[in-house]
Ligand binder design. Structure first.
Ligand SMILES: Cc1cc2nc3c(=O)[nH]c(=O)nc-3n(C[C@H](O)[C@H](O)[C@H](O)COP(=O)(O)OP(=O)(O)OC[C@H]3O[C@@H](n4cnc5c(N)ncnc54)[C@H](O)[C@@H]3O)c2cc1C
Length: 399
């Protein structure tokens, strides 16, 4: 099978890239190892800069029709009260909110829109297992296994969008620099009732913090634990975890029993890493395959989408014209996207070191730290964290 752009992985990076290239008339094939997008552990945040790009390509109405919920601010509750940490309503953009939309709905919408272009193909249940190379060692496509058995896809350009355990990256022999993270996340659902309060709530107390994402009739909870602390939490028993959850979010006291077995609780391992080189002859890596993001700020999806947007804008015309993409072209994409990635990861790493790690090891009462209190005294400053998380560094456009 032949294609022009072979995209490995149908996550946010892969599907956005597939859609944006197909819109330019590029023959593109996306290979996704799963049959559907229904995976619970994917984050749900869609940021103002991604919403702006979707407006630019005429998908604003399709986004608005998804079962999303808008959060105008991020609040954090400490032992001394609740504080607004980021106020998205202060952003000078029509989408001045974080949009929480189940990622499977977002990805399904992208796949449906992309399928309207005749040059787009999505191969589900198809796992990439290796790379094809020419005599010089340049990548000329992928080897995969799908419902019909093994297949080879030859392509002018292969783009790895296969996430933080990227097979393409491994096959290229590229190893990211690991920056470490002090935490992992327990991910579970607890039902939400009318009158519980909506939006996004963060509860901070001794030993950890918990984020409750309002997904309509349930909360998607992210309970942050110290790295490697899962076995200890498990040994302490489910009741101890239920008690900690109730302490963080008292409104859940009457239903925390919904965490009935450890099968209801998923452990998500947090990684922060980055490749030095995001490309090889014939291949480019973007999104988590090039740089796994910490969940702080919930920006990983946005960065993946921005990488895909820049890639489509910078390489689309060359691919559409049937011209070869050179290593200099690929290096230019890395150069453009490396800067926002480094800045964002540095902010995340500072927050991990200065805020998350001390909190995870604190005992006793935890009051809001001085910078958070400052944001309360001068509310206009709440626009700054909102801008960093919501719009980010160097937002990409697709006009
Ligand atoms: C605990 C935790 C919580 C997070 N919460 C958020 C959040 O709330 N908001 C946010 O923005 N970010 C969040 N993130 C980060 C976010 O999940 C990632 O940054 C983002 O999903 C990266 O997108 P991607 O398209 O690069 O990769 P992925 O989303 O990982 O997609 C990769 C795709 O490739 C497919 N694939 C993998 N291998 C193969 C193969 N060999 N063949 C074919 N297909 C393959 C996978 O099935 C998958 O669909 C969180 C991360 C963690 C660890």
């Amino acid at each position: 099978m032949n294609t022009t752009g072979c995209i490995v992985g149908g996550g946010p990076a892969g599907l956005v890239l597939g859609l944006l290239l197909a819109r330019q008339g590029v023959k593109v094939t996306v290979l996704e190892k799963h049959a559907d997008f229904l995976r619970d552990f994917r984050g749900d945040t869609v940021h103002p800069s991604t919403l702006a790009m979707l407006d630019e390509i005429g998908l604003g109405d399709r986004m608005a029709a998804l079962p999303g919920r808008k959060a105008g601010s991020l609040r954090a509750t400490f032992d001394d009260g609740t504080y607004t940490v980021a106020d998205f309503t202060r952003l000078p953009t029509p989408h001045n909110y974080l949009y929480f939309v189940p990622q499977w709905d977002f990805l399904e919408m992208l796949a449906t829109e992309a399928a309207k272009f005749p040059t787009f193909t999505l191969l589900r249940s198809t796992t990439v297992t290796g790379l094809l190379r020419d005599a010089s060692g340049a990548i000329t496509g992928v080897r995969a296994i799908g419902p019909e058995g093994e297949l080879e896809i030859e392509a002018s350009l292969t783009v790895a969008c296969d996430g933080r355990d990227s097979v393409v990256r491994r096959e290229l022999g590229l190893r990211p620099v690991d920056y470490g993270a002090p935490m992992d996340v327990l991910w579970f659902r607890i039902s939400r009732r009318a009158g519980d309060g909506d939006g996004l709530a963060m509860r901070i107390g001794a030993g950890g913090l918990m984020l409750a994402i309002d997904r309509g009739d349930y909360y998607q909870c992210a309970y942050v634990i110290a790295k490697g602390g899962y076995d200890e939490i498990r040994a302490a028993g489910l009741e101890a975890l239920q008690e900690q959850v109730t302490r963080r979010h008292p409104v859940l006291a009457d239903r925390v029993g919904e965490l009935a077995t450890w099968d209801d609780v998923k452990l998500l391992t947090v990684k922060v890493n980055r490749l030095k080189r995001w490309h090889a002859p014939g291949a480019l890596l973007i999104g988590d395959a090039a740089h796994a993001m910490s969940p702080i700020g919930g920006v990983g999806i946005n960065l993946a989408v921005q990488d895909a947007t820049a890639t489509a804008r910078m390489l689309g015309p060359t691919l559409a014209a049937g011209q070869p993409v050179t290593e200099a072209d690929l290096a230019a994409v890395q150069k453009r996207r490396r800067f926002p990635t480094v800045v964002t990861q540095n902010i995340q790493r500072a927050a991990q070191r200065r805020i998350v790690d001390p909190l995870l090891h604190a005992t006793g009462r935890i009051d809001a730290p001085a910078p958070i209190r400052l944001l309360q005294r001068f509310p206009a400053l709440q626009a700054l964290p909102a801008r960093l998380a919501g719009i980010g560094v160097r937002p990409e456009h697709m006009r």
